[in-house]
Design a protein around this ligand. Structure first.
Ligand SMILES: Nc1ncnc2c1ncn2[C@@H]1O[C@H](COP(=O)(O)OP(=O)(O)OP(=O)(O)O)[C@@H](O)[C@H]1O
Ligand SMILES: N[C@@H](Cc1ccc(O)cc1)C(=O)O
Length: 459
């Protein structure tokens, strides 16, 4: 059963949000392509019964090896949100301890050691990403009187800090069999590589397994989710809990988000699109989704938005009729940016897109100079004194647009120079600040197609 809500949010207009009425059985998300594998293999029917019977506790972990999460991790967070919408209790573990060990999954060589202070900063960054997403979800996507179960964020350092290593190796380690640990893909790949594997990295599985045991004992956490590179670690946790507690727990993996060419989006792959706006601007983040090709956009709408499958089908039908409108891409960009960057970030991204692609001077005038610089290919910002009687040539030279006056006169006269996206072709025309200055006290100069300079007027 679906209820339609009208969400009115400021400048960005009215958006429909469909709230998927508490479907406890999150396994249904398989229809959206959300789950890849389940462990134990044949547990799907039992899991459905367990999920329907009562709210469950579910966790996913993130190692603070960078100061922001990225769009690959976002899929895991959205999956946790679906559990929360179904009435379950989500936990996000930030791996303050495991970041020092280094997960070998999917890596060809050992991680560089990260200084403690950097790990602390990274933890702050990750917690702020996670909190922002859960808060934005509640604010913009969940318009129901039912209260969502609160998210808990736990740092695994908190239990390892007070633990005797003998308890870990002697108490938990003896339940994990060497043959099984060695057979994991992450271990095999590394053992066969020229760089080999240290004992520290090999021990990673024990840490992640122990985390789950700890969460199971302390919070009755019966489910763990993660990207499909996490299956080996999840299986080790399952083994530990079954042997020590004689209880059944379940692991679910999600597909890896990849580029069109099939490369995983991630930190190690070096192609991450970051969730923090000081790493990836609101505009670049929004444009990442707008630029998704037709071959990917339907899949991403199912994975990254809360739109119903029915409304996604309708949108794809409309898209076939009028592909030039890019309706699915716009919907995807709008929904994901709202979730990750909130109303303000979405408004900024849309204004910047208008300024760049539709040449909207109003939108340009509302942007912060730093955003203008990010939007316009890192344009340099130059301060220019607003003196009376300055010509366009004077300002262009002060802003460093041309190497010589001769070049300036030639290019401006030939029509290759623009102020605030409007062509000006008379170099001796006097700059009129009432016309040429934007609301934010800047002017955007452009030479040719894409060389931008931002003049900040000193009054
Ligand atoms: N591209 C992706 N698609 C889906 N899930 C992902 C993706 N990248 C990471 N994850 C998942 O996010 C969780 C946290 O991953 P992690 O912090 O190790 O990020 P990562 O980018 O994979 O790091 P690295 O590339 O350094 O190994 C894990 O469950 C992982 O499987
Ligand atoms: N091993 C996971 C992160 C993680 C850390 C601790 C956990 O308990 C669970 C997962 C990764 O690197 O992607």
């Amino acid at each position: 059963m679906f209820t339609k809500y009208f969400l009115n949010y400021g400048k960005t207009g009215v958006i429909f949000c469909y709230r998927h009425y508490s479907n406890r059985n999150v396994l249904k998300l398989k229809e959206r392509g959300m789950f890849e594998d389940i462990f134990p293999d044949n547990a799907a029917n039992v899991v459905t019964d367990v999920l329907n019977a009562r709210p469950q506790v579910v966790y996913a972990g993130f190692d603070p090896t960078a100061n922001s999460l990225h769009v690959g991790n976002l899929l895991v967070l959205i999956n946790l949100l679906h559990w929360q919408r179904g009435g379950h209790h989500p936990i996000a573990v930030v791996g303050g301890a495991t970041a020092k060990i280094g997960d070998p999954s999917g890596r060809t060589k050992e991680r560089e050691e990260i200084a403690r202070t950097i790990i602390e900063e990274n933890i702050t960054g990750l917690c702020s990403n996670i909190n922002a997403i859960f808060n934005n979800h509640e604010k913009y996507f969940w318009k129901d009187t039912t209260k969502l179960e609160p998210l808990r964020i736990l740092n695994n350092e908190s239990w390892y800090q007070i633990m005797n290593p003998v308890e870990l190796i002697g108490g938990a380690g003896k339940y994990l069999r060497m043959g099984t640990l060695l057979s994991r893909t992450s271990v095999q790949n590394r053992l066969q590589s020229s760089s080999g594997m240290s004992f520290t990295e090999f021990s990673y599985q024990l840490f992640q397994a122990y985390d789950w045991l700890h969460l199971f004992k302390k919070h009755n956490c019966t489910f763990q989710i993660g990207g499909n590179d996490q299956m080996g670690n999840i299986m080790s946790g399952h083994e530990l809990i079954s042997k020590i507690c004689n209880k059944q727990v379940y692991g679910l993996t999600l597909p890896l988000v990849t580029t069109e060419m099939g490369d995983k989006f991630g930190k190690s792959a070096g192609n991450a699109v970051w969730l923090s706006n000081d790493q990836t601007s609101d505009f670049t983040f929004y444009q990442f989704w707008i630029r998704q090709p037709d071959s990917e956009v339907e899949k991403f709408l199912k994975l990254f938005t809360f739109d119903t499958l029915g409304s996604i089908n309708d949108l794809m039908r409309k898209h076939k009729e009028q592909p030039q409108l890019q309706l699915p891409q716009k919907r995807l960009a709008e929904q994901v940016t709202l979730l990750v960057r909130g109303e303000e970030g979405l408004a900024k991204a849309q204004a910047a897109s208008k300024a760049l692609y539709e040449g909207s001077v109003t939108a340009l005038g509302e942007m912060h100079p730093k955003e203008i610089s990010e939007t316009f290919h890192g344009a340099t910002i130059v301060e220019v004194l607003s003196e009376a009687g300055q010509s366009i040539l004077d300002v262009a030279m002060k802003a460093g647009c041309f190497p010589t006056k001769q070049d300036a006169i030639r290019i401006i006269s030939a029509g290759g120079f623009y102020i605030n996206q409007q062509r000006v072709n008379n170099p001796s025309e006097i700059v009129n600040l009432n016309i040429h200055r934007l609301k934010n006290n800047t002017s955007l100069l452009r030479v040719g197609k894409r060389n931008y300079y931002i003049v900040k007027w000193l009054l």
